[in-house]
Design a protein around this ligand. Structure first.
Ligand SMILES: *Cc1c(COP(=O)(O)O)cnc(C)c1O
Length: 427
């Protein structure tokens, strides 16, 4: 018996308001910001080093890695990561085309060329098999993204790096608290960088307004990143122990990309709830995964067996399989779900880097016809797997505290649309 879809004027499956009840702790933010203003902690050089340093230590314990530093943006932390790894003119760095220019532009400005790779169509994460095919003598680093907090295949990526003597720089902008086996991201690869952009709960999982975090277990990488962009950091001359950097002045190599203490105050309040938010989001994600198991046409994106996703910036990713619904276009499926009151959006992916103008047309990066992008690098069709994802990827909110019964009604709604897809084929 066909039920009448809400799309055709039937009753909606979702009657509970699809909203997030968890709220940002604004009063706590105000209190900590005011305290730091009263104490005169406005810069992390000299006297201001107390609070930022304590918070760095706390975050280091959370991740479990040896070295942590706070920066002004996630993209600057990644840029410092490329410098730390010795990326320079003529080098290549492998990055997913289903990615983000802020992730790897640090390498571009150091004179390296991005080499894009495909994603694994089950996980939508940088595909190690495809990466390996693109390694050349010039490859210096791989920079995969733990998209939406889902963890890349770290064992395969580290194996490729060992085999070819290259560095793994993880873009962990979305992945605060994500794990690979028993270890947190930031304590698994060579260098991992987090973003603290935006505000909680919609921003990066630990949010400062603007901010970034550099993590490593490698002293050489840590010191090289300090020398690159921590001009006048409190105590920097004591931190630089390596012979190569110990003769530098307190201005080191001139860039000053450290985090603002008042931004860190906002982040500190956000950090205090990260475990709670991750736990709740994981619970609702598991509920959705189980609920969709027998629903044709749509499923939660897959995780690698050792991966434990967390963070979930950007929401949860669903994969739409039109073959299971006689080729019903994703757009139609989404419209019908939305009519039922399901907060799902798509189809679409955020960015396909190889389709950017600067790569398809070439770009005079330094002016006067210089730089590594003078000729086109890529063209549409070069990355068929990633391109096909534009018609398959749906996005769903990562709820922390949804109203009672909402998740259940949403799952019922997906079932209803998938069961009655035939009604949508008829028009
Ligand atoms: C946000 C983000 C970054 C960079 O972070 P900013 O703090 O905004 O500089 C890098 N990569 C990805 C995938 C991001 O979403």
């Amino acid at each position: 018996m066909a039920e009448k879809l809400a799309f055709h004027g039937g009753p909606k499956a979702v009657t509970v308001p699809a909203k997030e009840n968890w709220q940002r702790e604004v009063e706590k933010e105000k209190a900590l910001v005011c305290k730091l203003i009263d104490e005169g902690c406005l810069s992390a050089s000299g006297k201001g080093s107390g609070f930022p340093e304590e918070f760095e230590n706390e975050f280091r314990k959370f991740i479990g890695c040896k070295y942590v530093a706070f920066l002004n943006h996630g993209s600057s932390a990644l840029a410092a990561g490329f410098y730390a790894a010795g990326v320079g003119p003529g080098d290549e760095v492998i990055v997913p085309t289903l990615g983000y220019i802020g992730s790897y532009c640090g390498a571009l400005w150091l004179g390296a060329t991005p080499v894009f790779c495909e994603v694994d169509p089950k996980t939508l994460l940088a595909d190690p098999k495809d990466i390996e095919k693109r390694v050349t003598k010039r490859t210096r680093a791989i920079c995969p993204i733990h998209q939406h907090g889902r963890v890349c295949d770290m064992d395969s990526l580290l194996r490729i790096c060992r085999k070819h003597g290259i560095t793994l720089i993880e873009d962990a902008a979305h992945a605060h608290g994500s794990m690979w086996g028993k270890k947190k991201i930031g304590n698994v690869g060579h260098i991992a960088c987090f973003s603290m952009q935006g505000s909680t709960p919609g921003g990066k999982p630990v949010a400062a307004g603007e901010g970034g975090i550099f993590c490593t277990n490698n002293r050489e990488f840590f010191e090289r990143h300090l020398a690159y962009c921590h001009l006048h950091r409190g105590g920097i001359l004591d931190e630089l122990k390596n012979g190569k950097y110990k003769h530098l002045e307190a201005q080191v190599l001139g860039y000053k990309w450290r985090a603002h203490p008042l931004a860190l105050a906002i982040a500190k309040v956000s950090f205090s709830s990260i475990n709670y938010r991750n736990r709740r989001r994981i619970k609702h994600r598991n509920q959705l995964r189980r609920g969709l198991e027998k629903v044709p046409g749509v499923e939660l994106v897959h995780d690698y067996p050792k991966a434990k996703a967390a963070g979930f910036y950007g929401g949860l990713t669903l994969l739409y399989n039109p073959e299971e619904l006689d080729g019903l276009p994703a757009r139609k499926y989404v419209q019908a779900c939305q009519a039922e009151g399901i907060p799902v959006s798509g189809p679409g992916v955020s960015h396909l880097e190889h389709l950017r103008y600067i790569y398809t047309h070439g770009f005079d990066l330094y002016g006067r016809k210089r730089g590594q992008l003078l000729k086109p690098l890529t063209k549409p069709g070069d990355y068929p797997i990633s391109e096909s994802m534009r018609d398959k990827v749906l996005t769903f909110p990562a709820y922390i505290d949804p109203p009672d019964g909402l998740m259940k009604q949403i799952i019922t709604g997906f079932r209803k649309v998938s069961r009655n897809y035939g009604e949508l084929m008829r028009e």
